[in-house]
Design a protein around this ligand. Structure first.
Ligand SMILES: [Zn+2]
Length: 120
């Protein structure tokens, strides 16, 4: 298996992704990310291949609606978010097929609740 690629899926397997192994993953403390307990990796800079056929996810936006958080319609797992300006996609590394690979990644804590800056 290619150690440079991280693959993942929701619990039922309807939504899948592939992403290059990142230098770090991002844990955000904003009101939704902390509830989702998500661990994000972004494109750009990385390239993410997302397999989420039409109808497999439900989107949730809040506040000013700049981002849509997608969860699997079947199993409910939050798989990814999409910037509605088309500028950003992120996938949830908690869904990795091999969690031991993700556990080795550096985690950067992003203060999405207040300063919108990394805390390290
Ligand atoms: Zn699912």
């Amino acid at each position: 298996m290619d150690e440079g690629i991280i693959t993942g899926s929701c619990h039922c397997g309807a939504v899948r992704f592939e992403v290059s192994r990142p230098d770090f993953a991002v844990s955000c403390n904003c009101s939704i990310c902390r509830r989702l307990a998500a661990l994000w990796v972004y494109a750009p800079p990385l390239e993410i291949r997302l397999f989420a056929p039409e109808g497999t996810t439900r989107a949730y936006s809040w506040g000013v609606g700049e981002i849509a958080f997608h969860s699997c319609s079947t199993c409910g797992v939050c798989t990814h978010y999409i910037g509605l300006a088309g500028d950003r996609v992120a996938v949830n590394l908690r869904l990795a097929d091999r969690p031991e690979v993700v556990e080795q990644l550096r985690v950067r804590h992003f203060d999405g609740a207040n300063s919108w800056a990394f805390l390290d």
